[in-house]
Design a binder for this molecule. Structure first.
Ligand code: GLN
Length: 538
């Protein structure tokens, strides 16, 4: 019988040290050794899912095929491996407590006192087994969010300790990702924070098998020896993970050079050939040494935060690699377009992208950006709210529908060219209630979208409440804005484009969630190519 091997990745010393990236990169290596790999995340926060969190708090909300709204780390996992994840792959403390409390209310605990051990820990372990039984990976990598020592993380770590004892040492490996800070004054790398963080783990009963050591400087033999001694980890399992200035997609290559996958396979008794990294290396080469360059403006409202449009930025980079082009992403605050004028802010841009969003702030700036792109023949790509904004812009400025707007922002608009989805009219709850997940789109023969996808039907991930109002379809089409993608029954507008423009495509869904580094999304690829053609004056 097939048995799943389990790898748990914990973090030490600080957050944001690339633990998710290390987990994802290990996934790449193991998958390219021929194993079926899934990567998932346990998040100790109390939200049931991140769908209700502001992007300012937590970066982008990443949407899966089944419509679950998850942590952006799942985006990394899907980009680094081919596994498509499901709601089972993101467990939060909020979910575990929700389950336990529901069980208690249903009388399932038969009068027992309900406690963190065993009731909460049981829910956590059950989830791991459920994923293993239903999704049947050879290797299941689970990243534990937060930092070792956090109060919230304790039930998860305790559950993993129990899990290892129950499943057998040979089936479970622990990787601790940690920071080795460099103290300038002493010109030394310091191991003490890692020693202490490992001590904390051992207090709980978890002894890491591997240390992945994030550092800005090379880690020499002495440091490895010291870490090995003090942390009780074999010296060869002290794996350096030096900062990656060029691209995060180098991570699997660096960790391969450091032997991470070999060590993990040895530890878990997994036998395979070396990983096949040819296509991955080619992609990294094109990212690191591109022939061309384009400036792409991303006009949004959460631009201060690097992670708010994470998947969009990554999809642009994939498309860059596919076009042998460095995509210079210029994050533009849509409010600046409003106050300073589109001409001033967007003058140097080869292409303009408007991403998804919620709330009225900054919408008029996005409308101006769309007008600027349309009137000046600058390649334009609208995504979700970006598509809605492009529609509003066209209604106002080409169809002369004065005051046209989305009901989201102006319920009393005389021309609701974007209106609430029928199914949303009865929805009152905020969490998990939008039109979410994978839905099919039928592409119009002869359209640019049809040509780029090279398919008649596509399935893309969605996350919205409002939609293109088809009462205006004829008027738009007569004026030059075509509906080039609709839901299979024709009721929902999914893609609009302006044929009489070098590249003006806007989509109601989120194509960025399905772009992969070695397989760039066709719409992003076409968009970057159009930007490059403009740049080269073709
Ligand atoms: N706010 C818009 C809607 O709900 C757009 C959503 C989005 O961009 N993700 O339809």
């Amino acid at each position: 019988m097939r048995e799943t091997k389990y790898i748990f990745v914990t973090g030490g010393v600080v957050s944001s040290l690339g633990k998710g990236l290390a987990a994802a990169a290990l996934g790449t290596l193991l998958e390219r050794r021929g194993f079926k790999v899934l990567i998932q995340k346990f998040d100790p926060y109390l939200n049931v899912d991140p769908g209700t969190m502001s992007p300012f708090q937590h970066g982008e909300v990443y949407v899966l095929d089944d419509g679950s709204e998850t942590d952006l780390d799942l985006g990394h996992y899907e980009r680094f491996t081919s596994g498509r994840l499901s709601k089972l792959n993101n467990l939060t403390s909020g979910q575990t407590y929700e389950t336990v409390i529901q069980n208690e209310r249903d009388g399932k605990y038969l009068g027992a006192t309900v406690q963190v051990i065993p009731h909460v820990t049981d829910v956590i372990k059950d989830r791991i087994l459920e994923v293993s039984n239903e999704m049947k990976p050879d290797i299941l990598i689970t990243e534990i969010g937060g930092t070792t020592g956090d109060i919230e993380g304790l039930p998860f770590l305790e559950a993993l300790r129990q899990f290892k004892d129950e499943q057998g040492h040979e089936n479970v490996a622990f990787i601790h990702a940690t920071l080795i800070p460099f103290i300038k004054a002493a010109e030394e790398l310091k191991t003490k924070p890692t020693q202490q963080s490992v001590a904390k783990l051992r207090e709980i009963g978890i002894a890491p098998d591997v240390l992945v050591c994030r550092s800005e400087h090379p880690i020499d033999d002495d440091i490895r020896h010291k870490l090995s001694m003090f942390c009780n980890v074999a010296k060869e399992a002290v794996v350096p993970f030096i900062d990656l200035p060029a691209t995060i997609y180098e991570a699997p290559l660096k960790l391969y050079d450091a032997g991470l996958d070999r060590i993990v396979c040895q530890r878990l008794g997994l036998e395979s050939e070396k990983p096949d990294l040819v296509s991955w290396r080619n992609m990294v080469d094109r990212m690191v040494n591109p022939t061309h360059e384009v400036n792409v403006a991303v006009v949004g409202k959460y631009i201060e935060l690097a992670d708010a449009y994470k998947s969009i930025y990554e999809a642009l980079r994939h498309a860059g690699a596919a076009n042998d082009t460095k995509v210079k992403i210029i994050r533009v605050d849509s409010s600046d377009v409003e106050t300073k004028g589109a001409e001033t802010v967007l003058d140097q841009m080869d292409a303009i992208l408007i991403p998804g969003g919620f709330g009225e702030r900054g919408v008029e700036g996005k409308v101006l950006a769309a007008t600027y792109a349309r009137e000046n023949g600058i390649p334009f790509f609208g995504i979700c709210l970006g598509m809605q904004v492009a529609t509003i812009e066209f209604a106002r400025n080409v169809c002369d529908l004065e005051g046209a707007h989305s009901e989201e922002f102006k319920p009393e608009t005389p021309h609701p060219v974007i209106h609430l989805l029928e199914e949303q009219k009865t929805v009152t709850q905020k969490g998990g209630s939008m039109r979410l997940g994978l839905y099919e789109t039928k592409l119009e023969p002869g359209s640019l979208a049809r040509k780029l996808y090279d398919k008649d039907n596509v399935s893309e991930r969605h996350r919205h409440r409002y939609e293109f109002n088809q009462d205006y379809r004829e008027q738009f089409e007569a004026a030059g804005l075509k509906l080039s993608g609709v839901s299979p029954d024709g009721t929902l507008g999914e893609i609009v484009e302006i044929p009489d423009h070098p590249f003006f495509v806007a989509v109601q869904f989120h194509p960025e969630f399905l772009s992969r580094p070695t397989n760039a999304h066709p719409l992003f690829r076409g968009f970057v190519k159009a930007g490059l053609e403009r740049r080269l004056g073709e």
